[in-house]
Write a protein that binds this ligand. Structure first.
Ligand SMILES: [Zn+2]
Length: 265
């Protein structure tokens, strides 16, 4: 028996376990997007949550005591990104560190040539390709889940970065199936990223958070937030971008989102 086979079987067994009613009511209460999903997707998501909780290590930081509510609310959001796709459950991620609210990170930033800037920065979340961990502020993770249509979701954002890392690069392009898909992805993303940079420079209102203009990796994470949280506005203003994300995620959030996303542009 190969390791791969036993991992697959273990995951199938986890997915098939009954889902505790108390956990399900946490998801129903804290993550309204879940309530709108078609029943088969709900079942698939709960199966993923079992695997996620078994394979990822959660750690409370800054005095936060971990609870089922914290673990389940974060896991459910992370697993929304895994539906309908062949997944290895964020293979480069082993730990999720959770702070009560924003936390201070000591950063050394490269500004160019030999210039570095060091300082403390307040953060809500972070992950990195070589870190093996993902950091979240619980207050914001909970608020993100509670409002399903404001286009902002810290947890979806950080886990989108993890999807980007699956092909061992941080370039805003997740692992795609064919060369044709890569070509089409590069064409659409290149144009849309440039448009967001222009919007950021000129102050034109946009459905996308202008933080996505930082670099292609942030662009992918920011579009993921909008794709799940304001799909109507995203499809109306950026139809090709919406179509590319629908192909990658194998989901069409318009099918299960409310008629309006609250946001108009
Ligand atoms: Zn980011």
């Amino acid at each position: 028996m190969t390791f791969g086979f036993s991992k697959k079987r273990r995951r199938q067994q986890l997915q098939a376990q009954p889902f505790p009613a108390a956990w399900r009511s946490i998801i129903n209460r804290n993550f309204p997007i879940f309530r709108r999903l078609p029943a088969p997707d709900q079942i698939e998501l709960l199966g993923h949550v079992h695997v996620f909780l078994a394979e990822k290590h959660f750690e409370g930081c800054g005095g936060l005591e971990l609870t089922d509510e914290i673990r389940i609310t974060i896991a459910a959001q992370a697993c929304l990104l895994l539906l309908h796709r062949k997944t290895d459950y964020y293979p480069q991620l082993s730990s999720i560190l959770v702070y009560p609210t924003s936390y201070i990170a000591h950063e050394k930033r490269h500004l160019g040539a030999n210039i570095w800037e060091e300082g403390d920065e307040h953060r809500l979340g972070h992950t990195g390709r070589h870190l093996g961990s993902l950091v979240l502020a619980w207050g914001d993770a909970r608020r993100s889940a509670a409002d399903p249509s404001d286009g902002r979701n810290l947890v979806l954002h950080e886990f989108a970065h993890q999807l980007d890392f699956e092909d061992y690069t941080t370039d805003g392009t997740p692992a795609l199936a064919t060369k044709a898909e890569y070509r089409s992805w590069a064409r659409v993303m290149g144009r849309e990223f440039a448009a967001l940079r222009t919007a950021a420079e000129t102050g034109i209102p946009t459905v996308l958070d202008i933080y996505g203009a930082e670099n292609p990796a942030e662009f992918f994470a920011v579009v993921t937030e909008a794709f799940f949280e304001c799909p109507h506005a995203l499809r109306a203003k950026h139809p090709e971008l919406y179509a590319a994300f629908a192909r990658f995620f194998r989901q069409d959030p318009i099918q299960y989102s409310t008629a309006s996303d609250h946001r108009t542009f």
